[in-house]
Design a protein around this ligand. Structure first.
Ligand code: ZN
Length: 216
């Protein structure tokens, strides 16, 4: 077990994660609801292609929403290390898929994450896991961006954290005015990334270098 974080820190981290109390989604209820929706659309739920759809959708939501139930402490426990390294760490182009909480349609894209260590670092493979922890929920992109930054800030207590998220929102692309390129960029800058222009620019230059347009 990790001895780097103390009890108070672990409490704070779980608070940021806002986990739901139940161990899993209510499969039975989701299946009933999907069956009712199929009926309400005027379709025939007994039709061959739709017969197992409620069950499939329930399993799908369990997977797409698993971020609500993953304990962040267990997730990162063995991957936080004490080191004296204090240069900027950047992980860019982290692919994510989330569900917009207003329409329950996907939004997806890339997250770019950076921090300035101040005694602690985290294994690089854990940063995409933290992005998923918050992406796999009913979300809005602004809150997701903030939560990723807050989580890293609480875990590592670094000199600064920066998160930039670029997302394509199907609810804008498929509906209404049908803006096919409904891309949104959100960012959270904490500590040195907020107070120090050179630090912020180093990060922003890095993530724009060689950036390719998002394609889905
Ligand atoms: Zn939406």
């Amino acid at each position: 077990m990790c001895r780097i974080m103390d009890h108070n820190e672990e409490e704070k981290i779980r608070e940021i994660a806002r986990l739901l109390p139940t161990a899993e989604i209510n499969f039975e209820l989701v299946q009933q609801a999907i069956q009712q929706m199929i009926n309400a659309f005027g379709e025939n739920p007994k039709r061959h292609g739709l017969l197992h759809t409620p069950e499939r959708v329930a399993r799908m939501y369990a997977e797409l929403l698993e971020g609500y139930r993953e304990d962040p402490i267990a997730m990162v426990n063995d991957a936080i290390f004490e080191v004296t390294y204090d240069e900027m760490v950047i992980v860019r182009d982290i692919e994510f898929f989330s569900l917009c909480e207003h329409h329950m349609l996907p939004f997806m894209g890339r997250a770019h994450v950076a921090y300035m260590p101040n005694g602690r670092v985290i294994g690089l493979s854990k940063i995409p896991r933290i992005v998923d922890l918050f992406a796999r929920r009913l979300q809005v992109q602004e809150r997701m961006t903030r939560q990723i930054a807050d989580m890293l800030n609480a875990l590592l207590v670094p000199s600064g954290v920066a998160v930039v998220v670029e997302g394509l929102h199907l609810c804008s692309m498929m509906r209404g005015v049908k803006k096919h390129d409904a891309r949104m960029t959100t960012s959270t800058m904490l500590g040195a990334f907020r107070s120090n222009l050179a630090t912020r620019e180093e990060f922003l230059d890095n993530i724009s270098r060689g950036a390719t347009p998002m394609r889905f």
